[in-house]
Design a protein around this ligand. Structure first.
Ligand code: GLP
Length: 261
């Protein structure tokens, strides 16, 4: 795992954007795994800014798979993760909407939705780079503590804490759906590169548990320790509980520029 303590959330966004752009330049048909939530927003804003400036690559051949989706919101609701990612990233980058896949929460197909999503990811050749945030309780995508480290896409029930955390996007906590479809931890592990971003003191404990604590379903993000290529980009507040922060900084600052993440 490569842990990268950076100076600001904007720098976290810029380094993440560099990695995504490098992949898309090398592989214009890359498959991106996209997270929603606040954590990746600086990276997404940076990608959009560079694309508008004309300095970014073309995304016309890219495909994207979302990590997760709420169950129970009407299709087209602005807080569905599908609409959110159109609004925050993919429309602005020119990724055609029919090349953005997300778990299908429609009531009729719910029972088979996880298996269909796994098959769609497999048929696309797998995810090349998966963007990830981390929940305050260590959740990854919507894999709450206790999730199997080998789990695949399936329906999950949100904890009260996660519903409260996400209530800021709704009029009240009662409006936050109780159920979601989420890629499993086993699904996430199949992506070829995991890129986790975290900012703010609220994530410090979860980041320390994920990066330096034991591998355990009680901290789903600790599953990153099993991946051969996981990068963790942190602002100072999110890195503040790490025991080995000094070493991570030393590794990053002495890394040759050509190596990238
Ligand atoms: C949400 C999402 C995750 C996200 C995490 C942190 O509930 N399902 O994909 O990484 O929780 O969210 P935020 O980045 O807004 O803090």
């Amino acid at each position: 795992m490569e842990v990268v303590p950076l100076a600001t959330p904007e720098e976290v966004g810029a380094v993440a954007a560099d990695a995504i752009e490098a992949l898309v330049r090398a592989h214009p048909d890359a498959v991106l795994g996209l997270a929603t939530g606040s954590s990746p927003l600086p990276a997404y804003q940076e990608l959009v800014r560079r694309h508008r400036d004309g300095t970014g690559p073309s995304y016309a051949g890219v495909r994207a798979f979302l990590l997760d989706e709420y169950v129970g919101l009407p299709a087209g609701h602005p807080q569905t993760y599908r609409e959110t990612i159109f609004r925050e990233l993919t429309d602005a980058l020119g990724i055609p909407r029919d090349r953005v896949a997300s778990p299908d929460p429609s009531p009729d197909g719910l029972a088979g939705a996880g298996a269909r999503y796994e098959e769609a990811i497999r048929a696309a050749g797998g995810v090349d780079l998966q963007v990830l945030g981390i929940g305050a309780d260590g959740h990854l995508a919507f894999n709450e503590p206790g999730s199997s480290l080998a789990s695949l896409t399936r329906i999950k029930t949100l904890t009260a804490q996660t519903r409260e955390d996400n209530a800021r996007f709704f009029a009240s906590v009662e409006e936050v759906p109780r159920h979601v479809l989420t890629q499993g931890l086993g699904t996430i592990l199949r992506a070829r590169h995991l890129l986790m971003v975290a900012s703010g003191a609220g994530k410090a404990e979860a980041v320390a548990a994920a990066v330096e604590g034991p591998l355990t379903a009680s901290c789903p993000a600790s599953v990153l320790q099993l991946h051969p290529r996981a990068s963790v980009l942190l602002d100072p507040a999110a890195a503040s509980r790490l025991a080995r922060a000094h070493y991570y900084r030393e590794v990053w600052s002495s890394k040759p520029g050509w190596q990238g993440l």
